[in-house]
Design a binder for this molecule. Structure first.
Ligand SMILES: [Zn+2]
Length: 350
């Protein structure tokens, strides 16, 4: 009996010869499959909490004319088999250069690059059956292969080395020769070493983080004043803001940085509470004015009178602090390369 959500894609993975990566989530699905199908590379899995939905990636040898491929996919009637008749493909976005992290107007359903197509679809009410998914995946692969070439045993990076079996680079299937794999690892190691040697400027980080904490405290107090409630989301927002500004100032993140950002987040929430009490005092006794000392006094008194409600604010603050610390985890600079074979054993274990 597994405590996790149930695997659903084992049969599909076996049928297509994909590597199957079992479900590890309680609430959110994490199961994913990857491998080669009809000469193209496929990865299917579930999006993150921020970008939920089914995410199917199809990778193909680099094409010269992305616009032509885009038009071919839009015109391809077989893609009407996708949910909503695949209508969103008419708004397919072409992405060049590095990935954008901030996007206005949400994540597009279809994103095309010179060597990949990502189809992301949110299912609001039910999870699609594996057999359906298999059909949609097949439709996508077939439609793409009509316009692009297939992988023919050569490396997709240098186009000369031999790559007969895909590898997973940061969980993305790629056709990469041994030389290119080595170079990628060496570059990653170099980047990590450079990062380690760069200075973690704690003081500038602290200074900027402090500004964010003040802004956060005012926002916390304002939200509470307007809604008469407190929100865990506000604490999470403060944590994210503090972490982001800390990183601006500090450059490199380390353990001390995580502690600083977590502490600033808690300080921000507590200060927000003090501000709201100071504001209440000002409303009741205008002659005192906005006095943080008075706010602090009421805050301490509240701990005596109704410790439960103040404990909840601290609990929320801790959630925000956790978010801040999490956001300041060391970036992963080295690509993780796994052979497609090594993981395929997992699907046979069933
Ligand atoms: Zn190569």
């Amino acid at each position: 009996m597994s405590i996790f959500l149930k695997d659903q894609w084992r049969d599909w993975a076996r049928e297509w010869g994909l590597t199957h990566h079992p479900e590890k989530g309680w609430m959110r699905r994490t199961e994913w499959v990857a491998g080669e199908h009809e000469g193209l590379l496929v990865r299917a899995g579930w999006g993150t909490e921020e970008n939920p939905g089914l995410v199917v990636l199809v990778r193909f040898p680099r094409v010269g004319d992305v616009d032509r491929l885009r038009q071919a996919l839009i015109d391809d009637a077989t893609l009407d088999a996708l949910p909503g008749k695949g209508g969103a493909r008419r708004k397919m976005v072409i992405e060049t250069g590095p990935k954008k992290t901030v996007r206005l107007g949400g994540v597009p359903e279809f994103t095309l690059t010179e060597n990949s197509l990502v189809w992301r679809h949110v299912f609001r009410f039910s999870t699609p059956k594996a057999t359906q998914l298999e059909e949609w995946g097949a439709a996508l692969v077939t439609a793409i292969a009509r316009t692009t070439s297939r992988f023919d045993g050569r490396c997709e990076v240098c186009t000369t080395g031999a790559a007969t079996r895909y590898v997973l680079v940061n969980e993305v299937p790629m056709m990469m020769c041994a030389t290119c794999q080595q170079r990628l690892s060496a570059e990653g190691e170099m980047a990590e070493r450079t990062y380690e040697m760069s200075e973690a400027r704690h003081l500038p980080g602290l200074a900027l983080g402090l500004v964010a904490a003040l802004v956060g405290a005012v926002a916390w107090a304002a939200i509470e004043a307007v809604t008469n409630r407190i929100f865990a989301a506000a604490a999470i927002g403060i944590g994210a803001l503090v972490a982001w500004t800390y990183k601006r100032g500090a450059g490199r993140v380390d353990a001390a940085g995580r502690v600083i950002a977590a502490a600033l987040t808690i300080v921000s929430v507590v200060l927000g509470e003090i501000m709201i009490y100071a504001w209440m005092v000002m409303k009741a006794r205008p002659e005192i004015g906005f006095n943080l000392e008075a706010g602090w006094y009421v805050y301490l008194k509240m701990w005596g009178d109704s410790p439960g409600s103040e404990a909840i604010t601290i609990l929320f603050a801790l959630v925000g602090a956790w978010v801040a610390a999490k956001a300041l985890e060391r970036p992963r600079l080295r690509a993780r390369i796994e052979s497609g074979d090594a993981t395929s054993g997992q699907s046979k274990a069933a």
